[in-house]
Structures are given as C-alpha cells and as structure tokens.
Design a protein around this ligand. Structure first.
Ligand SMILES: Cc1cc2nc3c(=O)[nH]c(=O)nc-3n(C[C@H](O)[C@H](O)[C@H](O)COP(=O)(O)OP(=O)(O)OC[C@H]3O[C@@H](n4cnc5c(N)ncnc54)[C@H](O)[C@@H]3O)c2cc1C
Length: 291
C-alpha cells in the first residue's frame, strides 16, 4: 500500500520546524527523521499525517560531542554514526553494544537516535539504554525547551512525554564515575529482528564490592523498566553467583510481561531471567577486568 496524500516541508532550523508544526496543527503533522518506522506505518496507513516536516536538513540536530562529563547526541544523528564514533565508544560503550542489535546496517544508516527514542517501541534497545544510563532528553516546543529525564520520558507503548508540536532535539548522557562494566544482551528469534527481551546493565565496583548497579529491561512491559530490586540486591555485595541468582529472582518477581504470539508471560519471564543473568555476569566481569 501507499500512504494517503500529505503535504511536505524540509526546513533548516528548529524554529522553522516548530512554526510549521504549529501552523499545520490541524493536519496532525509528524516529523520525519530516518523514516524507518514512520514510512512503513504510513504505507500501511497506520499513521496518516496530513503534513510531514522532514528534519534531515536541520543541522542543529546533528551534533555529536562531549561537553565536560556529558555526551551530547543530536536527535538526528544516525544510529550508524553513533555506532562508529570513538567518542561514544569511550563515554557510553553500552550504547554502541546495544546498537549492534538494532535491525541491520542499512536501517541503522538511516535510522536516528532521536527517532528510536521518540518512537518508543517497548521492545527497542535505545530506550532501555537511555534509562540505564540516566540520560536526559532535551525537547523544543511552543512553550520553549524542556529537559526530561529518561525515567519520565517513556509513558507507554509508542507514547512519550512529548507534547503536540514539540520535538526531541538532543540526548545527554552523563559520563559515569568510578570503575564500571556494562553489557547489553537480548534474545531475538533472528538477529536484527525486534527482541523478545533485552537487558542493559551497568555495574560499578570499588575493589571487590559493587558500589552501584543500573539495570533495565525492554520487551517486558509497555515501556522500558528498571530492575530496581536486582540493583538493590547487588549493591554492597561482591556479586558472587548466589547473589546474582538472588538479584535475578528479585527482578523476575517484579515482572509480569504480557503474553502474545511471540511468547507467553511465562516464556518472556524465563527469557528475562536468562538475559538478566547474562547481562549482570558480563557487566560484572568487565568491571572486574577494569579494576
Ligand atoms: C526491518 C526493520 C527492523 C527494525 N528492527 C529494529 C530493532 O531491532 N530495534 C529497534 O530499536 N528498532 C528497529 N527498527 C526501527 C529503527 O530503529 C528505526 O530507525 C527507529 O525506530 C525510528 O527511527 P527513525 O529515525 O527511522 O524515525 P522515523 O521513522 O522517521 O520516526 C519514528 C517516529 O518518531 C517521531 N520522531 C522522529 N524523530 C523525532 C524527533 N526528533 N522529535 C519528535 N518526534 C520524532 C516521528 O514523527 C515518528 O512518529 C527496525 C526497523 C525496520 C524497518
């Protein structure tokens, strides 16, 4: 199928984007980033915007830089550019690892970081990573700019804190203190397909003791979720095998993923346990290697 007719503009500044969204509010406008999710939705007529505002020419959204202890990624930075960036590899290796699981290289060449976050697919990798890394999402809209913590940005399946007429402009990821290890692990039926479950884990250690853990899951709820019980179970311990099992049990007890044709509630919970165990073990071993 092809989309119904729509009008189109390709402005060059954020101000023009906001003006166009406001002026065409009646046409249920949408911004177009990499088009990897929006265009298929339009072709299937699951999304029918009457006006498309293309962000491709807005240079202000393509920044990728480190500002003191914060990695700043513009909303329109392509996923493949992030994957190849030495700056990101240094400041947020978890993000690079997770991107390796997002679709396939040609899709990552077009798909953007902002598009993935704004699309807010509950199974997507980047929202879980943004949550694990305590990222802040910067927006611009009719009432000015806002800074929204990732923990408050994802509101439901394909639903975010973005208001009508507001766009995501930038992602800010704080560099972490201390010696840490990270891991992104997931289970997908075939590589490059959306995963049934994903786990992002960051573990910080001092000597042999876990001083901080940040663990999130995708695919088990309507938004990415934090495995707070697992984080608590690991903190202050040496994270031996028995403690890891306690952490996995604690996290799994808090999950109740909806079953669907890809997997029942029990199957998804079992997969989540396995991903949690694998993610914690890998992050821990990397933290231990770096001491
Ligand atoms: C075959 C296939 C497999 C895929 N597999 C995966 C996968 O395994 N994991 C995964 O995470 N993704 C996967 N994707 C999706 C891919 O990562 C998309 O690139 C991503 O979801 C959307 O990014 P985009 O830049 O293409 O956004 P678009 O498709 O252009 O936009 C998506 C939505 O976000 C909105 N939007 C975009 N940018 C902004 C902004 N700056 N401010 C406000 N709203 C904005 C748009 O209006 C639209 O509603 C897959 C896609 C395909 C086609």
């Amino acid at each position: 199928m092809k989309p119904p007719p729509f009008r189109y503009a390709a402005p060059t500044s954020v101000e023009e984007v906001l003006d166009l969204l406001a002026a065409n509010a009646d046409a249920e406008p949408r911004v177009l980033a990499g088009g990897q999710s929006l265009v298929p939705l339009m072709n299937f007529r699951l999304a029918q915007p009457g006006f498309l505002v293309d962000l491709r020419l807005v240079e202000a959204l393509t920044t990728l830089r480190t500002e003191r202890d914060v990695l700043v990624i513009g909303a329109m930075v392509r996923q493949s550019a992030v994957e190849r960036s030495p700056e990101v590899a240094l400041a947020a290796p978890l993000l690079v690892e997770a991107l390796g699981y997002v679709a396939h290289p040609p899709i990552r060449n077009s798909g953007t970081v902002g598009g993935s976050l704004a699309h807010a697919d509950p199974s997507a990798e980047l929202p879980a990573v943004a949550l694990a890394l305590d990222a802040e999402l910067l927006t611009a809209g009719p009432s000015g700019t806002r800074t929204i913590p990732a923990a408050e940005f994802f509101r439901g399946p394909f639903t975010t804190a973005l208001e009508p007429g507001e766009i995501l402009t930038e992602v800010r990821i704080p560099r972490r203190e201390g010696v840490g290890g990270y891991a992104f692990v997931e289970f997908a039926r075939t590589h490059g397909n959306f995963a049934l479950v994903g786990v992002a884990a960051v573990i910080e250690m001092e000597k042999d003791i876990v001083t901080g853990a940040s663990i999130t899951l995708s695919g088990v709820a309507s938004t990415p979720v934090r495995a707070a019980a697992a984080e608590r179970a690991l903190a202050g311990t040496s994270a031996d095998a028995a403690t890891i099992e306690v952490a996995v049990d604690a996290a799994a007890d808090e999950l109740s993923p909806a079953g669907d044709l890809h997997g029942s509630t029990a199957t998804r919970t079992d997969i989540a346990r396995s991903c949690l165990r694998g993610g914690i073990q890998l992050a821990l071993s990397r933290a231990q290697d770096r001491r």
